[in-house]
Design a protein around this ligand. Sequence first.
Ligand code: FAD
Length: 475
Amino acid sequence: MGKVTGFLEIDRQDRRYAPASDRIRHFHEFVIPLSEEATRDQAARCMNCGIPFCHSGCPVNNQIPDWNDLVYKEEWREALRNLHSTNNFPEFTGRVCPAPCEAACTLNLTDTPVTIKTIECAIVDRGWQEGWIVPEPASTRTGKSVGIIGAGPAGLACAQQLARAGHEVHVYERWGKAGGLLRYGIPDFKMEKHLIDRRVAQMEAEGVVFHYNCEVGVSVPPSQLMGRHHALVLAGGAEKSRDLPIPGRDLAGIHFAMDFLPQQNRRVSKEPMPTNSAPPILAGGKHVVVIGGGDTGSDCIGTSVRQGALSVVQLEIMPRPPEKENKLLTWPNWPLKLRTSSSHEEGAEREFSVMTTKFTGSKNGQVEKLHCVRLDDRMQPIAGSEFELRADLVLLAMGFVSPLHEGLLEWLGVAIDKRGNVQADTNDYRASIDKVFACGDMRRGQSLVVWAIREGRQCAHSVDQFLMGTTTLPR
Ligand code: FAD
């Protein structure tokens, strides 16, 4: 532990955002990093508790007190080595993770947790700047080959671990680039995509072979991969969006968030739209209503505001979480308090305990109105509370039900669990078919980037054990 009295002497200080009026003019990241000195001070606040709850609060079990101490002592390169020992991609989690580690921090008892996410991001960003992050190819080859379906964070983490263990690794990805929802769902203002390209280049130099525009079960038969590889990992995510089957759902102007967000991400990256893409969905000059109060909903708000929406309203069916008279009302208090994303500060109105009962539109079939009702504490409609909302564009961001079953999963015939995900437990990540494994959202259902990385790493451990009879890969 660096500074024994650090938490008593130093106030919590976190990264700031560029002013909303500036940042809504572009799609770039807008977080202003702390100075090196301020980061070091924040690391000094870590108490190195006897039982570091942050450790277990973090799904990848980052050794947070250890690297806080190393940052305090200005041993940044060692801090990076430690961070990478549990997390392949800290620059992703350092930007988009809701930081359950901070919720678990002992200092969160007074709403002032250590700024763990900020310190994590500073360590890895510095590592890239200094040129400390280089390919780490395996020194020996095993002669075994693994096919991984899906290049989201789960597939990428699994691929990197297995390549470093000496296996030949092929990643099959439906889209033109790697990253999954990190690239096509999460907007650039939360995480710029060159960060993914940099990791992919590192992985290619470590021997991972990427096959893009390759949808297994559609353009490539799974039988071909089953014959080619000694093990197959299913990391295809959970893509089936939750729908709202109410009257008027088929009016023009009502879209799933995941039809809207990927288009904008492709525009920013100047990546061509896929041939089967919906016509352009744009919020500019429109009254937008976002249905759904999670990360996807927030991303729809930020994107709509940047596209020039006239107004944005976000509807959430759940009650408003409790608020507290405290300046730190944001992520660290998660999951108990109201979550406020940067997008909410950019000009959206939020409504809680609201259910949409129908959409109505113009004669030519364009949506014009949402018909809503307020709900009581038992989530029952309150008589007389009905109201209408104007909308030219409605974005459905109510989460994801499960992976798509058509194509790959049906062809393979893998068992599906009660929630509709690929059945495989976390002891060995093995699906119901010999030599097939599953990880990430495809196995656990809609989740977080940090859980995808954890599952990819743990799955790699199991695949290596299966192929070699033993493994030195961490779980
Ligand atoms: P995915 O990222 O979904 O990747 C799966 C990949 O598999 C995709 O690239 C897909 O094209 C490919 N694939 C699927 N089927 C096939 C096939 N048959 N053949 C070939 N390739 C295939 N999490 C956070 O932690 N923080 C956030 O701020 C956050 N924001 C989010 C915002 C949005 C809009 C969305 C939608 C999600 C967000 N999440 C966030 C959740 C997070 O992105 C996911 O939990 C995570 O990406 C899951 O990783 P994965 O690798 O399991 O799947």
